[in-house]
Ligand binder design. Structure first.
Ligand SMILES: *Cc1c(COP(=O)(O)O)cnc(C)c1O
Length: 401
């Protein structure tokens, strides 16, 4: 049996929505993107959302809006995908990495020691779709607000570092009954092809800035800055002879095309009723299958405080080392089951190693990475496929010395 790791969810509703965009005569940013922005905002319980062409560019856009630049520092977890760090580096700022806890999320207890007068923001990442401990994170941020040195008007207005959630994995997750998107000052979702909700490539920014910020104004600013700083988008220009525009800011080109938004729109309409529900079914099936095995360390499971989005099933194996994990993956792969590792802690990757980050400073991240295998998890997996995957893992474990 061949089982893919994470195919995109495509059905008739999605094809229909994309065809509608194609047949409408308008395929780039326009009515579908606008509709997706409204639906994402509603889903995330915020007033305004901006769609972009990726989560990476969304992170860059927000950091730029907050004035993050050369010489600044931004706190990020060492255990994440590289994009979290690259977004910071593209602005000339320095990512300051913090080790993770046993839930694989940034360890709130290790943040304070890494904050300096140069720290402008923190980017917690909801790894595997499990929400970070935002209460603990805000507690640290507020406690150290006196250390914050504001260098722009926007920074003066907030007077503490920005909490920018990288929720690339966690659309649909909840913390204290509030959905991902409304848990931090600003939250970024990824709609990349392998994420829970996709537009092929894309991202969204959910605005939840506290008073006295005007989120509608920020929404308009980010819209302008994501389309070259042009006063009229291409769609608006097609309306009633509006050929004349101005460029009022040296903006970026980060807008989402309608043809992509159409996919996300059709998916989001049935995200809770189908996509998230089916992911939970697969997640629960793995939990019950692996809970029989002492060697299996299960990912965090829903509590009254937190529910995840079941983006990854991050299985860890007790008592093995990295080379044994690699052997396990080889055995599993031989059965036709595709698995992955999430994530190689950033200091293991060349670009960060060369910049002086050392994996020895992140022992929890390394230990968890070295024992981690991500199993396939998506709505289309049926019970016999799940059983086949479980058997492949159990057999592989028995083969590893
Ligand atoms: C996928 C991912 C991103 C980047 O998303 P893109 O939409 O591909 O830019 C950022 N952070 C994390 C944790 C991710 O997994």
């Amino acid at each position: 049996m061949k089982i893919d790791f994470s195919p995109p969810y495509i059905d008739e509703d999605i094809r229909k929505e994309v065809l509608e965009a194609m047949d409408s005569g308008w395929i780039t940013t326009g009515p579908k993107t606008l509709a997706l922005e409204k639906l994402v905002a509603e889903y995330a319980a915020v007033d305004f959302a901006n769609c972009t062409n990726s989560a990476t560019s969304a992170l860059m856009l927000v950091l730029h809006w907050f004035g993050v630049t050369r010489g600044d520092e931004v706190i990020i977890p060492a255990y994440t995908y590289a994009a979290t760090a690259l977004a910071v580096m593209h602005l000339g700022a320095t990512p300051v990495m913090v080790d993770c806890g046993l839930d694989l999320n940034i360890d709130p207890g290790k943040i304070a020691d890494n904050i300096t007068p140069k720290t402008k923001a923190i980017i917690p990442v909801d790894i595997a779709g499990w929400p970070c401990d935002y209460m603990a994170i805000y507690k640290v941020v507020e406690k150290l607000a006196s250390k914050f040195v504001a260098t722009t008007d926007t920074q003066k207005k907030l007077n503490r570092m920005l909490v920018l959630s990288d929720a690339a994995h966690s659309i649909g997750a909840k913390y204290n009954n509030k959905p991902a998107g409304s848990l931090a000052d600003i939250t970024v979702f990824s709609f990349h092809a392998v994420k829970n909700l996709t537009t092929a490539e894309g991202g969204a920014i959910c605005l939840n800035m506290p008073v006295p910020f005007d989120n509608e104004q920020i929404h308009k600013t980010l819209k302008l800055w994501s389309l070259n700083g042009q006063t009229k988008d291409a769609y608006t220009k097609t309306l009633k002879g509006g050929w004349k525009y101005d460029i009022v800011y040296p903006g970026f080109k980060m807008n989402m095309p309608d043809i992509c938004a159409a996919i996300g729109l059709a998916q989001l309409r049935k995200y809770n009723s189908l996509l998230l529900k089916e992911r939970k079914r697969v997640f629960d099936a793995y939990i019950s299958a692996f809970s029989h095995h002492q060697w299996a360390e299960l990912p965090p499971q829903d509590t009254t405080e937190k529910t995840g989005s079941y983006h990854l099933f991050a299985l860890r194996i007790n008592g093995i080392i990295e080379s044994q994990r690699d052997q396990l993956i080889e055995h599993i792969t031989e059965t036709g089951v595709s698995v992955n590792v999430h994530f190689q802690p950033l200091p293991l990757l060349s670009v960060f190693k060369e910049r002086g980050y050392n994996i020895k400073d992140f022992p929890v991240a390394y230990d968890n990475y070295s024992r981690e295998i991500s199993l396939p998890i998506y709505p289309e997996l049926n019970q016999s496929q799940i059983e086949y995957i479980v058997k492949a893992v159990v057999n592989a474990y028995q083969l590893v010395e």
